[in-house]
Design a protein around this ligand. Structure first.
Ligand code: FAD
Length: 763
């Protein structure tokens, strides 16, 4: 078989992920797919995986993908004739304390919500299913009967065989040395045997993917870490149908392995590896065993499974796996280069994720969009800086262990912090801010009063900051609060055609008078909400667009890709140019009035107006809008003026009871008003009609907009689901997200976001 000079799709990397993408492209009938592997299939990380195939993930769609993987692996041997070793033995997770049991039970209720079979077990019931288990300190357990295990090498070979049978050409021992681009599009790859031109290139290069993406200027933030397991001597009586056992409190998992036990760990302090690049010849290699590193973990394993105390170890295994800054994999079309797709960074769940990830990526490539909301793993969530090697190395120390750590609500990363700071950061810190992080941006989540440490004490109950945040919440509802919203993404669209271009992508009418702010969604052709933002007309030919920190890359990419080649319109990301102060609450106008000559009366400055006003010695853009549902102003301040403006506002605030407020208060305030949050409440698979945002659709605007036809069809056919806001009668029940909603004994929906508000009587 000789290397073709052209292929429709070239896949780089023959691990389980690359083979799954190839298999699914072929299954969808995609012609002319070539997979290039630098050494042999599975030689990177895949060959040494433990092969656990779990189904429950943190969101419904990721769970759907894991479920699909299980179904796929179940039938793969029948389909291809290649044995996979897949078996549905089930899994048991045990809890050694009440908090962990609550986490497991919350997970179980989420699993029910996602349609998974799940049972809570007493310690005794857990031991009935896993006889070697010590249960003296076990509080409870959860059993997922459909979880399974597979042989990663055989499963990959089965996917490759299925792909080959459907026409995919797989070349081993052929390294890709460069990615070609033309006019911002992937146009092919370079190999030792020559160039292959291609319409689509897919980077499935595992722990090499960061470097491979870098060839085309694409950020693929992942870093390898050492990952350990041992295999014991044979243990009498281990049944081959023994479920997988997880003891997250001891960071360990246990799998029966041909009459022995394979025991692996997710230790809290991991060992990053390959800081200076992955060695050129790495293939089927192991890293040196580090017995001292795993010794403390061994003690935990022996405690849970005492037979280990008298069992020898046959294999000390150490192999590298890639980890991403947020422990979620990287999937989708790279924002930097069209036609260049990525599927990498699988955070030790690549075997169980490969089936689903390969399927949806194939759909994405063929259909031009993801089949459903995949934001959790979408590569567009990454900030460009996250490719920084030192950042990745330092974060990786923490991310591996987080897989088995307590998944506390509001949990914040502890490593590689302080990367992006607002111009007001030090002032907020001095005022007691407790910071959280979004895409590296430090944001004040709540303020600790004097004498209190600004530090989270996590639990599933009312955490230590609830009371402080409630005070901020009350100040905004009844008086005035000041938020630092500088992390907002801000773009400018300028040019003769700016209005026409933006009008096509906004569902609302943005052809408005200069000085007006419009709340709008950007929709895809299916009517799904791609972005939720505000647009301010700055001039006849200029718009100021404000979106969320987390969606900066995604929204800017959507904007720039929506500008037709011939249009006279240029988009610029000006996020760093402006700090944003949110002065919010019924007394905000009065306070602001002491600092500016501008007429702030409702007649002169109504809701939705935006003006450049004097403030202190600065000139700032004040926009009368709000995400907290109170009278208020967002002040857009050129960054170098931020500190002086902040000082002036805070200096004038005392008579009005001004309080600094954080993102937790903003969140509880916006939920009380049922304001939607893109990423939680709305996504690219929800339409404005389903989301209750029909008020922001300009049905009749001239020229229409992207998604209009889909909305018209939906309006005609009626809705099958709706986002609704509900209040609990019992405020002691704390909900976060993804809890099932039961009605008359049936699950009728799930919670998209939830939080504690402040009852009117307590204001
Ligand atoms: C100890 C251990 C235990 C694990 N246990 C589990 C488990 O129980 N369950 C689970 O789901 N996951 C597990 N994992 C994780 C899983 O193994 C990985 O997530 C998965 O194998 C990643 O697959 P991949 O295809 O992305 O990467 P890889 O298997 O590394 O494949 C990438 C391929 O790209 C090739 N390549 C790189 N650069 C080039 C180039 N320039 N040209 C051509 N080819 C190139 C490489 O040679 C390699 O073959 C485990 C990992 C480890 C280390």
């Amino acid at each position: 078989m000789s290397l073709p000079s052209h292929a429709h799709v070239v896949i780089i990397g023959g691990g389980i992920v690359g083979c799954s993408v190839a298999y699914h492209l072929a299954r969808r009938g995609c012609p002319d797919v070539v997979l290039l592997e630098r050494k042999q299939l599975t030689c990177g990380t895949t060959w040494h995986a433990a092969g656990l195939v779990g189904q429950l993930r943190a969101t419904q769609n990721l769970t759907r993908l894991a479920q699909y993987t299980t179904e796929l692996y179940e039938g793969l041997e029948r389909e291809t004739g290649q044995a996979t070793g897949f078996r549905q033995v089930g899994s048991i997770a045990v809890a050694a304390n009440e908090a962990r049991f609550e986490e497991l039970k919350r997970g179980a209720s989420m699993a029910r919500c996602f349609g998974l079979e799940v049972q809570a077990l007493s310690p005794g019931e857990a031991r009935e299913r896993w006889p070697l288990l010590a249960i003296d300190d076990v509080v409870g357990a959860v059993y997922l009967p459909k979880d399974g295990r597979t042989n990663p090498v055989d499963t990959t070979q089965a996917l490759a065989r299925g792909a080959r049978n459907a026409g995919v050409r797989i070349f081993e021992n052929l390294k890709v040395t460069d990615i070609r681009t033309e006019g911002g599009r992937a146009s092919g790859v370079l190999t030792a045997a020559g160039e292959v031109r291609a319409d689509v290139v897919v980077n499935c290069a595992g722990m090499w993917a960061r470097e491979v993406g870098g060839w085309a200027g694409v950020s693929v933030p992942l870093h390898a870490a050492e990952h350990f397991y041992i295999v014991t001597e044979p243990i009498a009586g281990l049944g081959s149908d023994l479920p997988i056992l997880r003891d997250a409190d001891a960071c360990s998992y246990f799998k029966e392995n041909t009459g022995k036990l394979l025991i692996g760990w997710f230790e809290p302090q991991a060992k990053p590896w390959g800081e200076r690049g992955i060695p050129e010849n790495f293939a089927f290699d192991q890293l040196p065993a580090d017995v001292a590193h795993i010794e403390p973990l061994l003690a935990g394993a022996m405690h849970r499974v005492p037979v280990l105390e008298s069992t020898g170890v046959q294999v000390f295994f150490n192999g590298p796996e890639s980890f991403t800054p947020d422990d979620r994999y990287l999937l989708g079309e790279a924002p930097e280069v069209r036609g260049l797709f990525v599927a990498a960074g699988f955070n030790s769940i690549g075997i169980q994720s490969a089936g689903g990830a390969g399927k949806v990526l194939a759909d994405w490539i063929i259909d031009g969009h993801p089949p459903f909301d995949l934001w959790d793993v979408d590569i567009r969530r990454c900030a460009p800086f996250q490719r920084n090697r030192r950042y990745l190395r330092d974060r990786t120390v923490e991310t591996l262990g987080l897989l088995y750590a307590m998944h506390w609500p509001f949990r914040q990363a502890e490593s590689a912090r302080g990367v992006r700071k607002s111009a007001l950061h030090d002032r907020l810190a001095a005022a007691g801010a407790c910071f959280g992080e979004v895409a590296g941006f430090e944001r004040a989540n709540w303020f600790a009063p004097e004498g209190t440490e600004p530090r989270y004490e996590y639990s599933y109950g009312r955490q230590n900051w609830f009371g402080h945040s409630a005070q901020e919440h009350r100040a905004v509802r009844a008086g005035v609060g000041l938020f630092d919203q500088s992390s907002f993404a801000k773009f400018v669209l300028k040019g003769r055609d700016a209005s026409g271009v933006l009008g096509r992508i906004c569902a609302n009418d943005i052809d408005v008078a200069v000085g007006k702010v419009v709340y709008t969604q950007w929709l895809n052709e299916r009517g799904g909400i791609e972005a939720d933002l505000t647009v301010t007309r700055e001039a006849e030919d200029a718009y100021f667009i404000v979106s969320a920190c987390a969606t900066q890359t995604r929204d800017f990419t959507w904007l720039t890709r929506s500008i037709p080649g011939e249009a006279h319109a240029v988009a610029l990301d000006v996020s760093s140019a402006y700090a944003v102060l949110g002065l919010m609450g019924p007394k905000s106008r009065e306070l602001l009035g002491t600092l500016t000559d501008a007429d702030l009366s409702t007649a002169a400055f109504p809701f939705g107006a935006s003006r450049i006003i004097d403030l202190g010695y600065a000139r700032v853009r004040a926009s009368r809008i709000t995400y907290v549902g109170e009278l208020g102003y967002e002040l857009y301040v050129p960054t170098e003026f931020a500190a002086s403006v902040f000082d002036v506002v805070v200096g004038a605030g005392a008579p009005f009871g001004l309080r600094l407020a954080g993102y937790h208060a903003m969140n509880s305030l916006r939920m009380e008003k049922a304001y939607r949050h893109w990423g939680h409440d709305i996504s690219d698979e929800d339409t404005p009609l389903e989301a209750g945002l029909a008020f922001a659709i300009a049905w009749k605007k001239r020229g229409g907009f992207v998604g209009l036809e889909a909305l018209e069809r939906q309006r005609e056919s009626g809705l099958r689901r709706r986002l609704v806001a509900v209040a609990l009668e019992n405020p002691d029940r704390l909900l976060y997200h993804n809890e099932p909603i039961w009605r008359d004994g049936t699950i009728v929906g799930r919670i998209s976001s939830a939080g504690a508000g402040v009852a009117p009587a307590l204001l």
